[in-house]
Design a protein around this ligand. Structure first.
Ligand code: TYM
Length: 331
């Protein structure tokens, strides 16, 4: 059976981008078709300036939202990264296979490091090695497929490269994984700045639809989305990025095709209205289940405890094999 692994980083409240690019597919497809693990990758949240209490709060909230999105602990394994030591153990070995140049070429590193420096802050070393830890997350489980949004494909490519290199040098140890992304909405853009990704750690609240936004707030954000000059509704990512983004969101929500949907609209206003309603309708049940789960925190904790135990048992043999293959003396 195909092994699937994916994760979400608790650096902010989860967004419509996370849902359409990743979570929804995990719940609707992956957990039914594969042996799947989904992880709140809390160690990754420590790579930029962070507040410990906030990371803890966001980790719990992200885990609750994974379940609220429809992940069923009877069908898949849901856990928190720091509960399973194998991720950090394997990450060090992979640092001994990765190169400094490779890390510095990562787009997200370049962007985030530049942002930290512009703020006058310093860049944590862990921000540079982040993709190695991500590779460890993936390779520890013998993962075949990694369902992610577009922004993560370069990182998954690196995990592939490291797996191939390790296997070549030290003998076959890792499955070589590949990224999969959704056909539409693989990169949901910020509603106020359609040239940038809708990212949960960004500051521009009005351009980001959060999964837990009240319906009225969601409607307002979508109705106020920046559109392009012009009148006709066409799906043109380059020329009309604002409208293309709304068409993609609508298509992802309704199961339609952005090009075909474009033909049905005579004005931007009507498109915005339908998009807002489609998003509100899609997220309604998630918010509802989130509310129910918050009333039963013991349930979520139990899921995470059992998930970590299962994950540990799955990762340990591969990580132990990597320790032996690379030349470490067995304990
Ligand atoms: P993160 O937490 O930024 O995002 C979680 C998932 O949501 C997708 N996503 C989007 N998809 C479409 N449009 C958007 N605007 C958008 N924003 C986010 C992401 O592509 C991702 O699939 N490094 C990863 C977390 C990670 C991971 C892993 C993922 C750590 N280890 C191992 C897979 C496998 C990250 O920061 O995702």
């Amino acid at each position: 059976m195909t092994r699937v692994f994916s994760g979400v980083k608790p650096t902010g409240h989860l967004t419509l981008g996370n849902y359409l690019g990743a979570l929804r597919r995990w719940a609707e497809v992956d957990q039914h078709q594969a042996d799947a693990l989904f992880c709140v990758v809390d160690l990754h949240a420590l790579t930029v300036d962070h507040d410990p209490a906030r990371v803890r709060r966001l980790s719990r909230q992200a885990a609750t939202l994974l379940l609220a999105s429809g992940l069923d602990p009877r069908r898949c394994t849901v856990f928190v990264q720091s509960h399973v030591d194998e991720h950090a153990r394997l990450s060090y070995l992979l640092e001994c296979v990765a190169t400094d140049g490779e890390m510095r070429r990562m787009i997200q590193y370049k962007e985030k490091a530049a942002r930290e420096q512009a703020r006058g802050g310093s860049v944590r070393l862990s921000l540079l090695t982040y993709p190695v830890l991500m590779a460890a997350d993936i390779l520890a489980y013998g993962t075949d497929e990694v369902p992610v949004g577009d922004d993560q494909t370069q990182h998954v490519e690196l995990a592939r490269d490291l797996a191939v290199r390790f296997n070549h040098r030290y003998g076959h140890t890792f499955v070589v994984p590949k990224a999969t992304s959704p056909k539409v909405a693989a990169r949901v853009m910020n509603l106020q700045d359609p040239a940038s990704k809708m990212g949960k750690s960004d500051d521009s609240g009005p351009g980001i639809v959060y999964l837990l936004d009240e319906p009225e707030v969601t409607r307002k954000k979508i109705m106020r989305a920046v559109t392009d000059s012009g009148q006709d509704v066409v799906h043109d990512r380059e020329g009309r990025p604002g409208i293309a983004n709304l068409l993609e969101i609508l298509a992802a929500c309704t199961g339609g095709d952005p090009e075909e949907l474009a033909g049905g609209y005579a004005s931007y206003g009507a498109l915005k209205k339908d998009t807002a309603e489609a998003v509100v309708e899609l997220l309604g049940p998630v918010r509802e289940r989130h509310r129910e789960l918050c009333a039963d925190p013991g349930f979520v904790e139990g899921v995470l405890r059992a998930g970590a135990e299962k994950a540990r048992a799955m990762a340990r043999p591969t990580v132990d094999a990597a320790y032996r293959a690379i030349g470490l003396l067995p304990a």
